[in-house]
Design a protein around this ligand. Structure first.
Ligand code: KE4
Length: 414
């Protein structure tokens, strides 16, 4: 297994050292194969908003697995999950389930191209939408420059039509539309960036993108694989009141099982086979186990008590961490939206990829390892977000703040 991992970010490359191997998990806690325990703020990179092995999710899976693990046939579970998605994100008139966020984003971009008959797409430096070839493009040196691959194995032809703009910079998007009039099929973005650390949209940014897409007949795609049901029960589109044409989903809608989805305006979605000519398919799409895990998880998302809990726990956690940093004299920049948060080792606000990259990565790495030594697992990269769940409570906050006091002291004395 390359690097001993099934996904690169797990290998601790940017923070150094080797990852632990997990034996089991319950609620907010992980236990590694040596018996060490950690409070988990990654929660499998977002999906486990109800915590690990939630009793309702486990019970639903146990009941479903006895009736078969995969059908490859339409089943009521798919319909129920689709209805729950639509209940929480009414802007999604039709939805197609796939098996990962990558598949969801790849398919949504193919659909934007099919619907408009245009080839070019716009993404933002620092946004990540999975590993499909067309999205593995180097952050544009000049905003309107044609895409260049940022990974071996991606042919220049695959990214030539991918243009890169700057997050929270409407002028950089306008420049591309002016340079490529009538050629832009769509814009894809994380409406709250989570892959450069957490960076919310500036006031007016999402509105500006909505107007530009409407004006130029381009498809606006919100990649809510991470923000969906995390920043708000209805995702960023509900929190900020902006209606994208298409939305991509993943993570939370599978409750820890492999799921992705794309959906949105009926007029666009009816381009998708077998109704329309745009082809997209998947053997395990809509499989009963992923569907029931998603159903139980979204039922938890739909409960107002969940969001009261996130507000209470989130505020107490952030206050404790801020006090610990201040006591140690370590400058940090923290932000929170619902159950998702960001912590930067930066004296200035972080508003885009350029300012995110100016963070003190050395301080972050010391902090990461000190937290791990004190039983707290945060993402092994400054450019990730943190997640709480309904299983995080007073005990976890107390444990985390105590660890943070020690960790900030180590950063200070380094
Ligand atoms: P997956 O193909 O990994 O299910 O989803 C890709 C994806 C799409 N869009 C957004 C906004 C995402 O954050 C992701 C995946 N997120 C990363 C962590 N930032 C997953 C962790 C990993 O790559 O191992």
């Amino acid at each position: 297994m390359p690097g001993g991992v099934s996904s690169p970010v797990r290998a601790f490359k940017s923070v150094g050292g080797n990852p632990f191997f997990v034996k089991e998990a319950k609620g907010a806690w992980l236990t590694d194969v040596d018996g060490n325990q950690y409070v988990d703020y990654i929660m499998s990179w977002g999906p486990l908003i109800l915590g690990h092995a939630h009793e309702r999710v486990v019970a639903a899976l146990q009941a479903a697995v006895a009736k078969g693990t995969s059908y490859g046939i339409p089943n009521p579970y798919e319909v129920e999950l689709a209805q729950l998605v639509q209940q929480l994100m009414p802007n999604i008139e039709m939805v197609r389930f796939v098996n990962s966020g990558t598949e969801a984003c790849m398919s949504a971009l193919r659909l934007a191209r099919a619907y408009t008959g245009r080839d070019k797409i716009i993404k933002f430096a620092g946004n990540y939408h999975g590993h499909a070839d067309m999205l593995l493009v180097a952050a544009g040196s000049g905003v309107a420059t044609l895409g260049l691959p940022n990974s071996p194995g991606v042919p220049e032809s695959a990214v030539r039509n991918t243009l890169t703009a700057n997050f929270n910079d409407l002028d950089s998007v306008q420049a591309i539309f002016e340079q490529h009039k009538g050629e832009i099929a769509g814009i894809i973005l994380e409406p709250v960036a989570g892959n450069m650390g957490m960076v919310p949209p500036n006031k007016g940014f999402l509105e500006g993108l909505r107007e530009m897409c409407t004006q130029h007949g381009a498809v606006l795609i919100f990649d809510e694989v991470m923000t969906g049901f995390r920043v708000d029960p209805g995702g960023a589109q509900t929190l900020f009141g902006i209606q994208p044409d298409l939305t991509t989903l993943g993570k939370v809608i599978g409750g820890g099982l492999p799921v992705g989805a794309y959906g949105g305006k009926r007029e666009i979605m009816e381009m998708v086979a077998p109704v329309g000519p745009m082809y997209q398919a998947g053997t395990l799409s809509g499989n009963p186990l992923a569907m029931v895990a998603g159903i139980e998880t979204l039922k938890g998302v739909a409960s107002p008590a969940t969001w009261d809990h996130m507000a209470t726990v989130g505020a107490a956690l952030d206050e404790g961490v801020a006090d610990a940093a201040q006591a140690a004299g370590v400058p940090i920049f923290q932000q929170r939206l619902g159950s998702m948060s960001g912590l930067f080792f930066s004296e200035q606000p972080v508003t885009d990829y350029a300012t995110a990259k100016q963070c003190d990565l050395e301080a972050f790495n010391i902090f990461f390892h000190a937290m791990l030594e004190n039983g707290v697992y945060i993402a092994p990269s400054q450019f990730e977000a943190a997640f709480i769940s309904t299983a995080h409570g007073k005990k976890e906050i107390k444990h985390t703040v105590a660890a943070a006091e020690k960790a900030f002291a180590q950063v200070r004395s380094a």
